[in-house]
Design a protein around this ligand. Structure first.
Ligand code: 5SP
Ligand code: CO
Length: 220
């Protein structure tokens, strides 16, 4: 599954860009929330998620929460109508309670790890999450280069997940393009977040088709 990150879309044209991607079969959008504290950048607030769900009730809103003020920020995005919220393991000392909170509110729950966090730190949570996001850039900005060591981290996460007997999808986020998407697919990733590649490097439909082609050729 490709989950386009709207961070690098043209905000003045966001609705049209989302529609263009949806017409290519995209059913989930990745919404990056940056708080200016956990990461040195600011992005959207809950109102954007609310507007997204009002305008596109059949599309999934996946919120990537880059904040360590979860007490305030996370419930606001639940209330706004997010379908899935993924928060950073580095951002909280009570990941268990937040996973439970999300499930109790009927959302899917994901855990995110930044490039320097050891992959085995997610082990205690593998039976409670709906997906695991491995960052392939340092969180905070779109348009960065893919960090190569992410390949081994995806493989390691895939092995860990296999030992649980659960089907936890692995998502990868940062620097995904037609070269890197093949490598992460082969390493065991299932969900690909791509921002600037889809919204900044050419016509949206063409960019999505190029990614899809590589993904399906890797899965044959
Ligand atoms: O979470 C983040 C960055 O912190 C990402 O979702 C990026 O926004 C993806 O952008 P590209 O690397 O694909 O341009
Ligand atoms: Co993201």
């Amino acid at each position: 599954m490709i989950a386009p990150s709207i961070l690098n879309a043209n905000n003045m044209n966001l609705g049209h860009d989302i529609e263009a991607a949806a017409q290519c079969g995209i059913s989930r959008f990745h919404i990056d929330i940056m708080d200016g504290h956990f990461v040195p950048n600011l992005s959207y607030g809950p109102e954007l998620v609310k507007n997204f769900k009002n305008q596109f009730p059949n599309l999934e809103a996946e919120v990537h929460l880059m904040s360590n003020n979860l007490d305030v920020v996370l419930p606001a995005f639940v209330k706004a109508g997010a379908d899935l919220i993924e928060f950073h393991l580095e951002a909280t000392n009570k990941p268990d309670s937040w996973l439970t909170y999300l499930h109790q509110h009927g959302l899917k729950a994901g855990l995110v790890i930044s490039p320097d966090t050891p992959v085995d730190k997610v082990k205690p949570f593998l039976d409670k999450i709906d997906q695991l996001l491995i960052m392939s850039v340092y969180p905070g900005f779109g348009g960065q280069s893919f960090i190569e060591k992410s390949i081994d981290r995806i493989k390691q996460a895939r092995e860990l997940i296999t030992t649980t007997g659960r089907q936890v999808p692995i998502e990868v986020d940062g620097g995904i393009d037609e070269d890197t998407v093949g490598k992460v697919t082969q390493a065991g990733a299932d969900i690909y977040v791509a921002g600037s590649y889809i919204f900044k490097r050419g016509p949206i439909a063409e960019q999505i088709n190029k990614l899809n082609k590589v993904i399906s050729s890797c899965k044959q």
